[in-house]
Design a protein around this ligand. Structure first.
Ligand code: ADP
Ligand code: MG
Length: 370
């Protein structure tokens, strides 16, 4: 049974988790006894975000060996999970959407697995996380793009338009046929949107493959969603430290930190209204949509979820963002080895007891004496 303790930090009203900055700061010093060196690199061409990889390895060659594999695999998964672009010679999620109501599409295992995983988590979250909401999410996406392009004409979709699109979001009409390796959308007006899971799910695939190749100590940041492997091999720390930042501060400054959490072999994902939004009549409308109201959810400024699996962390951060606190708490209590932290609009912070044990503000450290 996990308990939740509430306390207030009125100064910090908006928070963003951005792990890599803090980790880099913490890992500045390396023990002379460590035979490992920290290498890091970033790339920008996958999943619409910046990917950063930190690896402790025994040589530059070893680092580059992993880095090339990691980049190539992220590119491949990006193409498979893309809902906006076609690629020569492959069937991806866009192909499935384009064939809605027409025919099943033969796809690779990575797509079959992702779709099955997303269907299962739609059930486990009682439809709060639903990849079959493409029709509704597309409307918000298009209005947001229009409003960002020219703020003077920014407008909201009408209730009628949203309700009409909301009729075509039945996850049971996403049909996976494992025998024939196909996915079929049994309704011509429906489409998949995997924005709340693809990045985390792809990261988990890449991480598992790199561990199988022998990678022992690394941290991945997929646009601020963190997955750590092993412990930092700097000869000093026992755990990776991931910072939770105040988004009002520059992410390059070690200021305005909400907290730091310490963990190995797990992932932390965050969902917040500050990430992607547009403004209509002075009010911000963000990108995480409540399937019941078909409107952006507004319970929190930020939700952070920790889980061993980065696909699960990604999904749960979105699902919790859409759920009122009591419902979210009961969902997270029913998921094994998942912890959460909520930042309310008034600055109040709530966290599961397991999350509290990892938090610097409550006494956790990444050192050997923990
Ligand atoms: P980010 O991608 O910015 O890290 P999230 O992981 O919370 O943030 O995912 C947000 C994306 O998930 C949205 O851009 C949209 O594509 C999709 N999405 C929004 N609401 C839902 C929902 N209720 N269920 C499933 N997907 C959603
Ligand atoms: Mg998410």
């Amino acid at each position: 049974m996990k308990l939740s303790v509430n306390w207030t930090k009125p100064l910090i009203r908006y928070a963003v988790v951005f792990g890599i900055t803090m980790s880099l700061l913490l890992s500045g010093c390396e023990s002379p006894h460590s035979t490992y060196t920290k290498y890091t690199d970033s790339f920008f061409d996958t999943f619409d975000t910046v990917m950063t990889v930190v690896i402790y390895s025994e040589s530059q060659e070893e680092f580059e060996f992993y880095l090339e594999k990691i980049k190539a695999r992220f590119r491949e998964l990006h193409e498979l999970y893309d809902i906006y672009n076609n690629y020569e010679g492959i069937n991806n999620l866009k192909t499935i959407n384009d064939s809605a109501g027409l025919e099943p599409v033969k796809v690779r295992k990575e797509i079959l697995d992702l779709v099955l995983f997303a269907k299962e988590w739609c059930r486990l979250t009682d439809g709060t996380f639903n990849v079959a909401m493409g029709s509704v999410l597309r409307i918000w996406h298009d209005y947001r793009q229009e409003g960002l392009h020219d703020p003077s004409i920014a407008r909201l979709p009408s209730k009628t338009e949203l309700r009409e699109a909301g009729k075509y979001t039945d996850i049971d009409k996403v049909i996976v046929d494992l025998e024939n390796s196909t996915v079929f959308l049994a309704d011509g007006k429906m489409s998949l949107d995997v924005g709340a899971v693809a990045k985390g799910y792809a990261t988990e695939i890449v991480v598992k493959e790199m561990i199988a190749l022998g990678l022992k100590s690394a941290m991945f940041s997929a646009g601020g969603q963190i997955r750590t492997i092993g412990k930092p091999l700097d000869g000093i720390r026992e755990r990776w430290g991931v910072g939770i930042h105040d988004p009002k501060q520059s992410i390059l400054q070690d200021e305005g930190l909400l907290d730091v959490i310490f963990f190995n072999d797990a992932s932390v994902a965050n969902s917040g209204g500050y990430q992607r939004y547009y403004v209509v009549d002075g009010k911000a409308y963000h990108h995480i949509i409540d399937p019941d109201t078909l409107m952006p959810a507004n319970y929190y400024d930020l939700v952070t979820v920790l889980s061993a699996d980065s696909g699960v962390a990604d999904i749960l951060s979105t699902a919790l963002f859409v759920l009122p606190y009591e419902k979210g708490l009961s969902l997270i209590e029913n998921v094994d080895e998942a912890e959460a932290l909520w930042v309310m609009p008034n600055g109040e912070i709530k966290a599961t007891s397991g999350m509290q044990r990892l938090m610097r503000s409550l006494g956790a450290t990444g050192s050997k004496t923990d």
